[in-house]
Design a protein around this ligand. Structure first.
Ligand code: URA
Length: 173
């Protein structure tokens, strides 16, 4: 399950791995977590088909377990190529595995979320670093739907929209 969205997307969401519904349909984020992601995207005032959505893993881990480091290593280069083709203005990493892979850290998502970092492309690509906003995975939000987690995710998403509007006004000048 590769990914989907606009080839000129400004926002690129990176999830963890396809779940059962994604595996069956060949589309990312179409199950329950996908509905939550759709709500998040809608709240940002953009359309899902204007964004790009992909996962770290391209196939479903057995029993929906967290991806193994060896699986992340195998699939990682595909994600790198996807990002280099789309060249979004901003990457939003959803949850721990995506954030750890893009930022090359081993820190938990609770510490990473809400803080801008950069994804540094392979030097041979010649591409510029891309800002990354790590936030909670929508499936985590479904399990922990508290005023605090909702406030935190909303604050992360607002920061993304703010950054995009700053980047746009900087290129107009
Ligand atoms: N969770 C993910 O991380 N990705 C999907 O595509 C669906 C659920």
């Amino acid at each position: 399950m590769f990914g989907e969205g606009s080839a000129s997307a400004e926002i690129f969401f990176v999830g963890e791995a396809p779940g059962e519904t994604e595996d069956a349909t060949g589309r990312p984020f179409v199950g329950r977590a996908g509905q939550k992601l759709d709500e998040m995207i809608h709240a940002m005032g953009v359309r899902r088909d204007e964004c790009y959505i992909a996962n770290v893993l391209k196939s479903r881990p057995l029993d929906n377990r967290t991806p193994l480091p060896a699986e992340v290593e195998l699939c990682g280069p595909y994600l790198v190529e996807q990002i280099l083709i789309i060249r979004p203005k901003v990457l939003v990493s959803l949850g721990g595995p995506a954030s750890k892979l893009l930022l090359k850290v081993d820190t938990g998502i609770t510490k990473l979320r809400g803080i801008w970092t950069e994804w540094v492309p392979p030097s041979e690509s010649g591409a510029a670093p891309i800002p990354v906003m790590p936030t909670f995975h929508p499936a985590y939000l479904l399990r922990n739907y508290t005023p605090q987690t909702r406030r935190e995710v909303w604050s992360d998403l607002k920061a993304v929209m703010q950054r995009i509007s700053e980047l746009k006004s900087a290129t107009k000048k």
